[in-house]
Write a protein that binds this ligand. Structure first.
Ligand code: PLP
Length: 354
């Protein structure tokens, strides 16, 4: 395809602006250097070697993944120091053990004493230790032990006292920054998550435990607060691409968004005042319903159009108001979507399956 125009692509097609990817990645690296924290980029958004190399500055070290398929994919391609940041699934302990015995540093995450029992029941061979991060809920309201509960401290102590298991760090994901609008709100959530995490680190220190700490999300790491410099690591991921959702939150500008989904007009439906396009929810995330006036995406150059609904391989587009001028959208013509949420829904099918 090199040298060919984008119009030569079969659609739907996810296209990535590599210069923007490099710029977004470089800015995050610089931000983390300035803060003095280790950047551990998350791979879940793209799941590619190319972006992983850009995000790690070519080191192929220190990444986060959310599935074991991703972990194996990156391990098979020479990546190491991989954190599987998903509350340890009991059906996958053996595969986690195999990765721990194979890599220099494979790390798991847990938030329940029963998960620790699972690790105890599967001691690692060759003098290896399990490297464990404790998942803390600092207000995100998803996985993790609540930071203020005594159970959090007792679980951390139990991990650190268990033979063959090392408490490597404390991990809090501030996904609640996704409810923010504007930098001020992002700062407030980033500060709260940081403060709760650092307070927990103090409690650990008081009982003689030292380990790493990590928080992060794309909004909080795009606009970090000073106290984040007291953490060991941060773990954002989406920033490599950004998306319309991030621009609405205030993490980035529209110009920073590095991805587009190219789609073609495949139908005219004057009886519904709609166009059909060849991009459905296999090519674009269904996330974001009702969040944008233009539907599931921005249609570049056509602020008057709305992507109102999608089925697996079809999308319905209509004007925000008034009748559609079909002469502007001939069958076979291209439209460019800037996704609300850039997910791996399309990529995952091409590059990786579970
Ligand atoms: C556990 C965990 N850590 C890190 C991230 C990366 O955050 P973001 O996608 O905001 O960059 C995610 C994303 O959902 C996550 O679930």
């Amino acid at each position: 395809m090199e040298g060919e125009p984008l119009s030569a692509l079969c659609t739907p097609a996810l296209v990535v602006d590599v210069d923007k990817v490099k710029r977004n990645a470089q800015r995050m690296i610089q931000r983390c250097n300035k803060l003095g924290v280790q950047l551990r980029p998350h791979m879940k958004t793209h799941k590619t070697l190319e972006c992983a190399d850009v995000m790690t500055g070519g080191s192929r070290r220190c990444i986060v993944v959310s599935t074991l398929a991703e972990a194996c994919f990156y391990a098979d391609h020479g990546f190491d120091d991989i954190l599987y940041a998903y509350s340890l699934p009991f059906d996958k302990v053996e595969r986690c053990a195999a990765l721990s015995e194979r890599l220099d540093l494979f790390q798991v995450l847990l938030d329940h004493p029963e998960a620790l029992e699972q690790l105890k029941n599967r001691p690692l061979r060759n003098g290896r230790q399990w490297h464990v991060w404790l998942k803390l809920d600092c207000g995100n309201g998803r996985a993790g032990v609540l930071h203020s509960e005594p159970e959090a401290l007792s679980l951390a102590r139990a991990v650190s006292l268990t033979d063959g298991v090392e408490l490597t760090g404390v991990y809090a994901h501030c996904g609640n920054t996704y409810n923010c609008r504007g930098v001020e709100q992002i700062h407030a959530v980033a500060q709260e998550t940081t403060t709760f995490t650092l307070q927990f680190m103090e409690k650990l220190k008081a009982v003689g435990i030292t380990c790493k700490s990590s928080i992060g999300s794309t909004p909080s790491c795009s606009h970090p607060v000073d106290d984040m410099s007291q953490l060991s690591e941060v773990h954002p991921g989406n920033y490599v691409f950004y998306d319309t959702q991030q621009s609405v939150i205030g993490s980035c500008c529209l110009e920073d968004i590095a991805v587009r989904v190219l789609t073609r007009v495949i139908g005219h439906c004057p009886h519904r005042n709609q166009l059909l396009i060849d991009c459905g929810w296999c090519g674009l995330s269904l996330d974001g319903a009702g969040k944008l006036p233009t539907g599931y995406a921005l249609i570049e150059g056509h602020p008057d159009l709305k992507l109102v609904s999608m089925t697996q391989e079809h999308g319905r587009v209509e004007p925000i108001s008034g009748p559609l001028d079909y002469s502007k959208y001939p069958l076979g013509s291209l439209l460019t979507l800037i996704p609300y949420h850039v997910s791996n829904s399309s990529l995952q099918k091409v590059l990786l399956t579970k």
